[in-house]
Write a protein that binds this ligand. Sequence first.
Ligand code: PMP
Length: 426
Amino acid sequence: AEGLEPDVASLVARRASSFGASSVLFYEQPLHIVRAEGVWMHDAHGRKFMDVYNNVPSVGHCHPHVVEAIARQAAKLATNTRYLYDNVHDYAERLLATFPAALSNVVFTCTGSESNDLALRMAKKFTCGGGFIVTNTAYHGNTEAVMAISPSSFRDRVVPAHVRTVAPPDGYTDPTGDVGARFAADVQAAIADLEANGIRFAALIVDSIFSSDGIFADPPGFLKPAVDAVHAAGGVFIADEVQPGFGRTGLNMWGHQHHGVEADIVTMGKPMGNGFPMGGVVTRREILDPFCQETGYFNTFGGNPVAAAAGMAVLDVIEGEGLMRNAHEVGGHLRAGLRALMADFPGVGDVRGAGLFTGMEFSRPGTREPDRDTATYVINAMKTHGVLIGAAGAHGNTLKVRPPLCFSRDNAEHFVDVMRTVLAAR
Ligand code: PMP
């Protein structure tokens, strides 16, 4: 606790005492946050931070419309989900209307992990297979089954027998020049390898913005050949929309739509309730039915009235405030500003992304070799300047720039200004 302010030191100690090794915090000097609104978070010392990382409060911290909807519903009915009540149907229908007609059913959950756990089970049941393909540094959640397909969390680097990993569609370091064809060829080889080992292929599951792999969005369409290969092999394509979903990528409500593909199963979480914990799985009836017949699935909290109210209010705000258009426009402006820094700072190797999901990769000047030290320096220096960001990618050398969708042009310009200051001081 050396060098920590007394309130921070005390909370760190209490946290260690209660939560033991399970306590995970950002920064060497963790932040003691007391409130937030819009894109701003405030700490116990009256300092304010621009939040350019947090994708949970996606329509803005403590958005009054969402807060009011949650409070109003909590005062009226908050219960387990085995009753008829109106708002869950309104919400389900409105959510499903954002998908192609075939994706006609939704199962509500409470977290992204739970959603992916269900997706794996549905895929297994539907395909009679058990083999899964994921990207090298994917994260899909924390249940036992989902950990097995989350290589970014493997401590021992041992890939389970039913899982194959493929390199992400990384157009920056890919030497072939056709990242979609390369990705599809790797997926095809992984399917063949599973089958050669007597494991029937079930599904390819990807986070369609490849957040923990380093954020890859371009060129649009790069997922298509791989998804075609999955279907040709009798497998299903699971789009994990926990990160890119709910309009973050700007032009599309769902990240995989950027690639012109249709998913068989879509999973979602984080931004869905703007901080109210909720998730979901959207799929076709023919995939859901056999799964439910076998398991008699039930979820105590998933789709409860308060969650439905929160989810509905989030959709209201995305639509009413034009947040997808904002994400597209401000995201483009932000990336243009960051790209302009490349002329003066050769360590900035790449700036990429879609909507308000940007990756900024640091490489050793003149090469494409990862430079984690600079990324780590920038994250800490930006915090000193009141701006919060994180890192992604196998080497931790890509900044994850992912503000609430209400991020303004002024916010983006402030971010670029601070980035310039911080890089110049390196
Ligand atoms: N999928 C992806 C792509 C994620 O980023 C995460 C969370 N970081 C999850 C699933 C798991 O979601 P949760 O933490 O809500 O269980």
